[in-house]
Design a protein around this ligand. Structure first.
Ligand code: ADP
Length: 501
């Protein structure tokens, strides 16, 4: 039967999704299931790996059945996943030995401090992994499991235990345990992987006291990961694409060359800039990570990554805590009733300030209120604050990489707000491109699989799929832009915890 579709499995933090893409990159079918978030103690976050697998395999079948796609029509599967989340299972039984420790979980913060607190150790970790030592990444989570789950250390020393990020776990399940592998992008988020050599690193494994026998084999993002053979599921579908969610989105946004960048506007924002074959060392606290490559790429490719902690979450706050809008969508119509924010600035430092300020103790503030300020001005200032924060991260990336961002490809829930996109283009002084299909993450995984099998011939063909972008061009003159940014930076300065105002 003709292979007409690629199946993308998008395993996220709160839900598992499956998307069926056709040759034009359109979504032909989809399904989504949420699963439990487990909070055993304050600051701890877990998932049940069986629920991750069952929800993901469930939506895979549901997406096919609900869109009348036969498994014979599926060319291949691409997997993209929440990154860093750590799963350890027994190779013999295939059963996880405990819950998955989720990327957000802070239980290993003091362990990381103990192991990497020394500045020379931290510098070594940074140099090898491109990451800033933190509980966020997988290494300390694996160590925690070995130290705290009864019998785990012994089983690991016997070679019985397997570690994987969520991609590896899904591949293991889908292939009934015949493939234990991960891709370079997911490996680069473990803090055990040397991003320059493309190998697991013995010095890092020693530092965290993790036996190398637990680790999956590392493959390129567009490669052969076996075929489906889970009892009761469609058999023999090749798995050919794997990438962590942000790197998959970068690929799905067709940012294949250095200087190309994407930003995802969700609860927070994630910006990635492709830096070619160079792993840029940030001087401003950004991380360097491995980018997904097309098949046949001879060298590793890299990206700089920066995030904004509070983006769409600020719009939720306006809706749920202040109650001045009824829905996130309403923010656009309301903000359009005023010409500007009348000098109001919101610094949404709910959990401190990230790049380039790195001030964990800063707390949010609203500045510039006058008697004439209305809820419309506040909402407009909120949208502007998203744009200012993204502009700060973009400028930081430009400084670190020496490359200018002339265009930014956008996606994520809040990128549907045209006013926000226009404000962003104005504040950044760059063109924004918003694809018709904003499911960049799933699309990226599909591209990686389809390029590997020849479903899509090459990157040019893949690029042509994105031909129908909406564009937002900067309309603000540079003087006005400078004044607005100066107002923002003034507000940020007053918000910093070291500020004496
Ligand atoms: P995530 O994947 O982080 O859950 P989504 O990509 O689904 O997020 O985007 C949802 C976020 O975007 C929410 O925080 C919501 O407040 C915000 N959002 C959604 N639509 C709009 C809109 N039209 N204008 C502004 N913000 C929006």
């Amino acid at each position: 039967m003709e292979k007409k579709y690629i199946l993308a499995l998008d395993q996220g933090t709160t839900s598992s999704r499956a998307l069926v893409f056709d040759k034009q990159g359109r979504i032909h079918g989809s399904a989504q299931h949420s699963f439990r978030q487990i909070y055993p103690q304050p600051g701890w976050v877990e998932h049940d790996p069986r629920e991750i697998a069952s929800s993901q395999l469930g939506v895979m079948v549901e997406a096919m059945v609900s869109s009348s796609v036969s498994p014979d029509e599926i060319d291949s599967i691409g997997i993209t996943n929440q990154r860093e989340t750590t799963i350890v299972w027994d190779r013999r039984t295939g059963k996880p030995i405990c819950n998955a420790i989720v990327w957000q979980c802070r239980r290993t913060a003091s362990l990381v401090e103990t192991l990497c607190g020394d500045s020379s150790v931290a510098a070594m970790v940074r140099k090898k992994t491109g990451l800033i030592p933190d509980a966020y990444f997988s290494a300390s989570k694996i160590r925690w499991i070995l130290d705290h789950v009864e019998g785990a250390r012994n089983l690991a020393e016997e070679g019985r235990l397997a570690f994987g990020t969520v991609d590896s776990w899904l591949i293991w399940c889908l292939t009934s345990g015949s493939v234990h592998a991960t891709d370079v992008t997911n490996a680069s988020r473990t803090m055990l992987f040397n991003i320059h050599t493309g190998q697991w690193d013995n010095e890092l494994l020693d530092l965290f006291n993790i036996p190398c026998s637990m680790l999956p084999e590392v493959r390129p993002s567009s490669a052969d990961y076996g075929t489906t053979s889970y009892p009761g599921l469609p058999e023999g579908i090749p798995i050919r694409g794997v990438a962590g969610d942000q790197q998959a989105a970068l690929f799905g946004q067709c940012c294949f060359e250095s200087g190309r960048a994407k930003n995802t506007y969700g609860t927070g924002c994630f910006m990635l800039m492709h830096t070619g074959n160079v792993a840029v060392e940030s001087s401003h606290g950004l991380v360097s990570t491995i980018a997904a490559s097309a098949p046949g790429s001879s060298c590793l490719e890299y990206a700089l990554e920066g995030s904004v902690f509070v983006a769409g979450a600020l719009i939720q706050w306006l809706r749920d805590e202040l109650g001045i809008i009824k829905s996130a969508q309403e923010s656009e119509a309301l903000a359009l009733t005023v010409e500007d924010s009348a000098g109001v600035y919101i610094v949404p430092a709910f959990t401190g300030l990230g790049a380039p300020y790195w001030d964990a103790d800063a707390r949010g503030a609203i500045y510039g209120l006058t008697r004439g300020a209305t809820r419309a001005h506040i909402v407009r200032a909120a949208l502007e604050s998203l744009a200012y924060q993204v502009a700060d991260v973009a400028r930081t990336m430009e400084q670190d990489s020496g490359m200018r961002i002339d265009e930014l490809n956008v996606d994520g829930g809040a990128s549907g707000n045209d006013l926000l996109m226009q404000i962003q283009a104005d504040i950044l002084g760059a063109q924004l491109n918003r694809p018709a299909v904003i499911e960049s993450t799933g699309l990226g995984a599909a591209f990686l699989a389809g390029l590997n099998t020849g479903f899509w011939k090459d990157l040019d063909e893949v690029r042509s799929i994105r031909a129908h972008d909406d564009h937002f061009l900067p309309r603000m003159d540079s003087l006005a832009r400078r004044q607005r940014m100066a107002g923002w930076h003034d507000a940020v300065r007053r918000t910093l915890s070291s500020s004496d105002e």
